[in-house]
Design a protein around this ligand. Sequence first.
Ligand code: ZN
Length: 418
Amino acid sequence: MTPRLWAACTLAVLLVALVVYAAVTIPWQRPPAPRADQLAALGQFPADQVARAREFHSALRPGAYGGLLVGLAGALVLGFTPLGSRLVGWAGRPFGDHWIAQAVLGGLLVVLAAEVLTLPFAAWRHTVVVRYGISTQTWGAWAVDVAKSFAVGAVIGALALLGFFAVTRLAPRWWWAFGAVGAAVLVVLLSFVLPVVVEPIFNKFTPMAAGPLRTELMDLAARDGVPVKDVLVADASRRTRAVNAYVSGFGPTRRIVVYDTMLDEATPDEVVSVAAHELGHAKRNDVLTGTIIGALGAAASVIALYLLGSLGWLLRWAGADAMGEPKAIALLIALVTLAGLVGGPVQALVSRRVEARADAHALELTGDPATFEAMQRRLGTVNLSDPDPPAWEYVMSASHPSTVERMAAARAWARGER
Ligand SMILES: [Zn+2]
């Protein structure tokens, strides 16, 4: 068998494994709460508040979709014309066309070009979230965040590019196999390392002061059979008024993180309700499931890219000789961007199913649907969510069930529909 045939067979096996694993671990069969309950929940919101939330989201759309379109156009132009490969060649020239300079500097240059194109749209979105009182960041603090994000991405990207092109040079015919394993390992590493290493770059975490709430949260976790090491408070208020909580880390490092904004805005019972939802994710190992799906997807993507490398016309468009050389970086990024665009709605669907299961877990664990519903209403109100967003946007990008769906689920649960 040729390397290409091996690659095609491995890709088929990975795709089957991905589909089977997702079919088994994702709660596909959970029906959404009745629409009548959703409409009743929507009636709980004052009309002017719903109107303001919808106005906010309309104001965000030009910046969001404009950025998406321009970013996509930039990636396609760089990847499907020789422009990207010229940028890479140019970056390597001062270093005698050395492959490391081409891979790392060229790669960063291509990404930076796309970043610069979309930056004005990000700034536009910032003006909207400030105008509507969600963001509390000054332009200076916002710029620091943008720079930090780029720096984190640059470090991870440089290491990935360096590893990838080292492998393509060492094993020109079999790099797809090493690349697939490497991509899967990278996904797993990032999933474990990012929360520990990257979160502190953006926020400060302090242990929650001893008191009734902390005790209740620790008890809740123990009762749920999900031991947590600590309850931390994140200083989210330095950039946002939005409220949130999450569980991060695995096993002995697991901790509940609560935004400080949440402690100001929500009642202690509501914080418990949110924590119960988060414990649902921990109990079902949702992060691990997502990591395994991501790892399988990453491995499959590398092999798919290798196979696409046999399309001579594609390489000619991109001004590259092979998929495994640095001059193909922009083409690789364009293909990954396209795949992400197609995969986004699928990812959102999977996420919504998993979130609905965590909601059901919170209801079971607290046995308090009234507080759950009140908490959802407050989250929606403070975060200025559209409680019942347009269907197309929901299908394309909603990572969580809508606020009215979540409130309706609590109502259905209270009636004994579980
Ligand atoms: Zn969740």
